[in-house]
Design a protein around this ligand. Structure first.
Ligand code: CO
Length: 136
């Protein structure tokens, strides 16, 4: 497997989406490149371009969902890091063979029809890692 996966996006769960968008665009100067609702993940996602990567601001659709509870009382909290891979099935099989626990045994649909899968944080030092194969 390719050891130099680029960072596709870094996702941050936020409590106040409008304030977060204003911070990342108006104040910090990033350009918003998408806004979409990901019903399957229970979030609204806003992407701002940061070089070759994206910062993704996540607003939980349901205030009692696990991702909302994960944020807790923090104004915002780093949620996951996503690496871009070329062949997500082969990558998952390789990682599984190495003993990495997978949340998703099969890829599912992510933002803009990317195919994504999460690794289990118990296998990755407590950091939630997403693998992401962009739709072409
Ligand atoms: Co993600």
């Amino acid at each position: 497997m390719n050891p130099s996966w680029p960072i596709d996006h870094v996702a941050i769960v936020v409590g106040d989406l409008d304030a977060a968008i204003a911070l990342y665009t108006s104040a910090l100067g990033f350009r918003q490149v998408y806004r979409e609702t990901l019903a399957e993940q229970g979030v609204e996602a806003i992407g701002v371009q940061a070089g070759e990567s994206v910062i993704e601001l996540l607003r939980p659709l349901d205030a009692s969902s696990p991702i909302a509870r994960y944020r807790g009382d923090a104004p915002s909290k780093l949620h996951h890091v996503a690496f871009r891979v070329n062949n997500i099935e082969a990558t998952l099989a390789d990682l599984k063979a190495k003993g990495i626990r997978l949340i998703d045994e099969e890829p599912r649909s992510g933002a803009h029809r990317n195919r994504i899968a999460f690794l289990h944080p118990k296998s990755t030092g407590g950091v939630l890692i997403e693998l992401c194969e962009p739709a072409i």
